[in-house]
Design a protein around this ligand. Sequence first.
Ligand SMILES: *[C@@H]1O[C@H](CO)[C@@H](O)[C@H](O)[C@H]1NC(C)=O
Ligand SMILES: *[C@@H]1O[C@H](CO)[C@@H](O)[C@H](O)[C@H]1NC(C)=O
Ligand SMILES: *[C@@H]1O[C@H](CO)[C@@H](O)[C@H](O)[C@H]1NC(C)=O
Ligand SMILES: *[C@@H]1O[C@H](CO)[C@@H](O)[C@H](O)[C@H]1NC(C)=O
Ligand SMILES: *[C@@H]1O[C@H](CO)[C@@H](O)[C@H](O)[C@H]1NC(C)=O
Ligand SMILES: *[C@@H]1O[C@H](CO)[C@@H](O)[C@H](O)[C@H]1NC(C)=O
Ligand SMILES: *[C@@H]1O[C@H](CO)[C@@H](O)[C@H](O)[C@H]1NC(C)=O
Ligand SMILES: *[C@@H]1O[C@H](CO)[C@@H](O)[C@H](O)[C@H]1NC(C)=O
Ligand SMILES: *[C@@H]1O[C@H](CO)[C@@H](O)[C@H](O)[C@H]1NC(C)=O
Ligand SMILES: *[C@@H]1O[C@H](CO)[C@@H](O)[C@H](O)[C@H]1NC(C)=O
Ligand SMILES: *[C@@H]1O[C@H](CO)[C@@H](O)[C@H](O)[C@H]1NC(C)=O
Ligand SMILES: *[C@@H]1O[C@H](CO)[C@@H](O)[C@H](O)[C@H]1NC(C)=O
Length: 376
Amino acid sequence: MGHFTAFLSLLLCISFEVSASSWQPGILSPRRPTFQRSLPCTFNGTTGFSQLKYLNSSCADIILSNLTVPAGVTLDLRRLQPNTTVTFDGQTSWGFQEWAGPLLSISGINITITGAPGSVLNGSGELWWDGKGQSGKKKPKFFQAHALINSSISDIHILNSPVHVFSISDCHNLTLTNVTIDNSGGDGPGLGGNTDGFDISASTNITIIGAKVHNQDDCVAINSGANITFRDGVCIGGHGLSVGSIGGRGDNTVANVLFEDSVIADSQNGVRIKTKHGQNGTVTRITYKNIRLQNITKYGIDIDQSYGATGQPPTTGVPITDLTLVNVTGTVGGTGTKVFVNCGEGSCSAWNWTEVAVTGGKNSTKCLHLPVGVWC
Ligand SMILES: *[C@@H]1O[C@H](CO)[C@@H](O)[C@H](O)[C@H]1NC(C)=O
Ligand SMILES: *[C@@H]1O[C@H](CO)[C@@H](O)[C@H](O)[C@H]1NC(C)=O
Ligand SMILES: *[C@@H]1O[C@H](CO)[C@@H](O)[C@H](O)[C@H]1NC(C)=O
Ligand SMILES: *[C@@H]1O[C@H](CO)[C@@H](O)[C@H](O)[C@H]1NC(C)=O
Ligand SMILES: *[C@@H]1O[C@H](CO)[C@@H](O)[C@H](O)[C@H]1NC(C)=O
Ligand SMILES: *[C@@H]1O[C@H](CO)[C@@H](O)[C@H](O)[C@H]1NC(C)=O
Ligand SMILES: *[C@@H]1O[C@H](CO)[C@@H](O)[C@H](O)[C@H]1NC(C)=O
Ligand SMILES: *[C@@H]1O[C@H](CO)[C@@H](O)[C@H](O)[C@H]1NC(C)=O
Ligand SMILES: *[C@@H]1O[C@H](CO)[C@@H](O)[C@H](O)[C@H]1NC(C)=O
Ligand SMILES: *[C@@H]1O[C@H](CO)[C@@H](O)[C@H](O)[C@H]1NC(C)=O
Ligand SMILES: *[C@@H]1O[C@H](CO)[C@@H](O)[C@H](O)[C@H]1NC(C)=O
Ligand SMILES: *[C@@H]1O[C@H](CO)[C@@H](O)[C@H](O)[C@H]1NC(C)=O
């Protein structure tokens, strides 16, 4: 009996593999695959995409193998069963269409998301890039992780995102390890824009370790949330490690953030906190530790309480308190500025900067309301 069931499951599994590979164009509805909980559920090619609708609770181990996602639709992995593993294998690709995306959406509890060695999620951003970022051609955002709880994302390699890459929102206890975002092909005029690496909001206990990001906007942008760590990262080409912009959203509190042991190179800014002009919120207990700056073109360190209204006097509605910079060193390029601190009166306090040494570029003459112990 036991042997017979095992044999039958094996047959069923084989019948799925056969149905997947023997699918021919023109057959409207691919055969419903049969899943066995002890075996991985593999989806490949375009057939694999259309069979994803048959995913069920037997699929604890999902393999997406060279998956081709049609234009204008999301690879929708929301509401996965708890304890599911998703592995991207080979190249995952998406068709071209002007739409808002996302290309991929994942949510669930205790989910493990990983990329097999050599795997790539290819957004083919070059088909959208027009130098206008979030305006111009309508571009799909890439990777939506909303309500992804107690989960991990590792060894994911993203290539050429049309616009923003990771949107992390309403996530708790999420670890992202060894994620690569390679949008280097979008460097230069008329190409990639607003290709933020990790946008984080309304989330707690988020840890990003070993990320490599080459893009054209913030490497990380934390709009709200608490207990967020970014460590052992490399950010190239973008706008730096940012807290903000804060204000004017549903959640306007950022607390307990640590950026540590990371390099920011060939970027507009290095360390950056931006709070919106005329808005309310709080930014507290932010630490940048062991941060190396290299060839920063605008501001090595940029703390701005007039964000969105450059030139207007800074406002005090989003106080920045307990900001620690320790061992933040490196260089700013010729036309850049070492440090810019633009605070409202009394709205920046309890800052502790030690071993901060930025060389090259100019000194700002426009800093306002510097807290005690901070130079500009
Ligand atoms: C899907 O799998 C079948 C059988 O393993 C293989 O022949 C086919 O090339 C695969 N398709 C893609 C797009 O990888
Ligand atoms: C998630 O995993 C933890 C143990 O790691 C377990 O206690 C919890 O019940 C799991 N949650 C669900 C919804 O399965
Ligand atoms: C998920 O796995 C954890 C153990 O790691 C277990 O406690 C929990 O019950 C599992 N959840 C489900 C829904 O099976
Ligand atoms: C994906 O497709 C490539 C090229 O067709 C092939 O070499 C590779 O084996 C496939 N990978 C998987 C995981 O199916
Ligand atoms: C996050 O993890 C902590 C510690 O493991 C646990 O106490 C907490 O309940 C988890 N949060 C959620 C939303 O599951
Ligand atoms: C991340 O990469 C580092 C260095 O290559 C490696 O030691 C570590 O095991 C990797 N971690 C994961 C979860 O893949
Ligand atoms: C964050 O982690 C801490 C420590 O493990 C835990 O006490 C807290 O409940 C977690 N927060 C959430 C929202 O899960
Ligand atoms: C942040 O982490 C600390 C220490 O682990 C914990 O006490 C606190 O509850 C966490 N905050 C939230 C909002 O989960
Ligand atoms: C400095 O960074 C810019 C991009 O921000 C790049 O164009 C330039 O080549 C870099 N300069 C050096 C000397 O690496
Ligand atoms: C900010 O808070 C102040 C004081 O509570 C309030 O008067 C003002 O309307 C708020 N501004 C915004 C944009 O919400
Ligand atoms: C300071 O940061 C650099 C990386 O920028 C690191 O190599 C060095 O060990 C750090 N120094 C201390 C004292 O931790
Ligand atoms: C400032 O930060 C340094 C390095 O983390 C620490 O040693 C020192 O105690 C802090 N000073 C204050 C006044 O908190």
